[in-house]
Every structure is written in C-alpha cells, then in structure tokens.
Design a protein around this ligand. Sequence first.
Ligand SMILES: Cc1ncc(COP(=O)(O)O)c(C=O)c1O
Length: 348
Amino acid sequence: MGRLRGFASDNNSGVHAQVLEALANVNKGHAVGYGGDEVTARTIDKFRELFGTSTDVFFVYNGTGANVIAIQAFTSPYHSVICPQTAHINVDECGAPEKHSGCKLLPVQTVDGKLTVETIAAYMHGIGFEHHSQPKMVSITQTTELGTLYTIEEIKQIADYAHQNNMYLHMDGARISNAAAALGCAFKEMTVDAGVDVLSFGGTKNGLMYGEAVLFFNHNTDAVKYIRKQTAQLHSKMRYTAAQFEALLSNDLWRKSADHANKMAQKLASKLKDIPQIKITQKVQSNGVFAIVPHQIIEPLQKEFFFYMWDEHKSEVRWMCSFDTQEEDINDFVELIKEKVAQTCQRP
Ligand SMILES: Cc1ncc(COP(=O)(O)O)c(C=O)c1O
C-alpha cells in the first residue's frame, strides 16, 4: 500500500489547517454572491497592499482558467504568445488558451524552462506581415515547470524587451509563493515592479482547497469580468474563494508554507547526492527535484511513494514537495531508493 504522502505534485497535498479554518469561519449566514461580499472586498484590498493600489484582482477556480483569462484580456485571435516549450499553457491545458483566445502559441525550446531576450527575439518575425500571426504576449512561468527560477533582473529584461516590441508580459505564477520565498523578495518586486502586466497568482499548490487569482497591474480591466464569465470561471459563492486567499496572505502563511516546501526539496536533493545512480538534472531552486533514475526502480518506488515520470525517454522523473511534506517522508523515500538501487542496479 502506498504512503500517506508522496512526491507527485504539490496539488496532491491537502488543505492547510488555517485555510480550512477560514472556510469554516466564513460559512455563516448569507452573503451577496459573485464577489459582492465583504470578504471578497477585504481580500482584494489585501492583494493591493502586497502588489500596489493599481492592481485589479479577479478570483477564478483554477490555473488553466487564470492563464486563459490573462491571455484573452490582451490579445486578439490573430496574435501569438511566445512561451517556453515546457509551459503549462503549451503542454498541460489541453489547448484551452488557443481555444479561448484564438492565439497561436509559439513554443520555445529551453534547457531549463526559462526564456531569455535572445530566445524570444528569434521568434519575432513577420511583424506587420498579414500571413503571420502577430506576437502580442510573452508568457513566463515563475517558478518554472522545471523548478528553476527567474531572477528579478531576468524578468525586467524580458519585460523591457516585450514592451519595446509592443507586447505584454504574462507570468504564470502557479508557484509564485515558492518563487518569492526562494528569492527572499516581496511579490511586488518580482512582478509589477519588474514590468509584469498580468499575473496568474497560484493558491491551490500552496495549501488552498481551490482557487487562483488573476492580477492586472496598471491596466484597464473593464472587459475582464465578461471574459471571466464567458470562460466559466466566475464563482457564485465567491466568499469561499476569497476567504482562503485571505488566510493565505495573512501572517505570512504563504511564505511559511512555500519556504517549507522549498526546504524539503533542498533536503531531498542533498540526500540524493549520496546515490551515484541518481542524476539530478535541473538546479533545485524551489520545491521540485528532477532526476534521471534507473528505469527498473521507478515502478517499485511509485508503488510506495507516488510520483510522475517526466521524460520516459530519458528515464527522468519529477519529485515535488509540498507545504505538508515531512522530513520523515524524505528520509523514508531516500532509504527506499537506496534499497531498490542496491537490489536492482550494479554500481556504475
Ligand atoms: C505552471 C502551472 N500553471 C498552472 C497550473 C494550474 O493548473 P490547473 O488548471 O490544474 O489548476 C499548474 C498546475 O499543475 C502549473 O504547474
């Protein structure tokens, strides 16, 4: 039988106790629906304290919805969006961004999940040429799908380049808390101050039951409420989404939870260094560890601690840590890896 906690994803974890408590606390009486309630107003103010007063906040159900709304708000169907090949919008959203926005995604090969000005520039052709879709947005993910991090300076460079070329910068921040905790910075420094136009702010991977928010910085968002409704992302009992975010953004819960998950990944990576048959493939900068693992031990390991294969051809796996990952999970997992390696592999 599998263990209680595994390393499959930070959305396999449960709900943080303080978030559940917030849900219970808000579960009293009636409140105006669709965001007209007090908790929603209070939580939007909380976001504005963190990101600045020119921030507009739209709560949504999930990360795919957040990304779709962010893209649709700034584009027309003849536009394109430049993103890394590994981007969630490119590989894990079943074409939802293309379906809803009509835009073509231009996926860029990267070694570490990160775009650079140079790799973006290679896709800037056919500007003004009616036979080509027109680049209108750059989308980066912070932290990336490969667990790596953009520095604030790298984000600024990309934002400047995007703006100089009449494009917007979207940040998929499904794990933005892990990024801010790892960089030791405020959300604002890494986003609005760095030139990000629109942010998908993640909650679910950091201890919410559900819920993400789309944040627009210094833009007219009159149309966004209609886009949210049309994409079926408008929750009627909005106070329940807002209350979870209120808890997450209070008393630095977001930072404590993300910091813990990041530290657990560091611990896992440092223990794996003692096992020569395991090769870590990406810098461990947040809460994920990517590694090439002898193929024959993957299934036996998965039976006890569930996790996903990342790249079948390379025998590369992804191990994610969460706010609730315990040191004993790491110790037991590493012991199990050692045992399976000893049983099935010859020393290299
Ligand atoms: C980078 C990234 N963006 C967005 C999402 C959100 O996806 P979902 O629509 O499943 O909430 C995820 C979840 O896996 C993700 O890893």
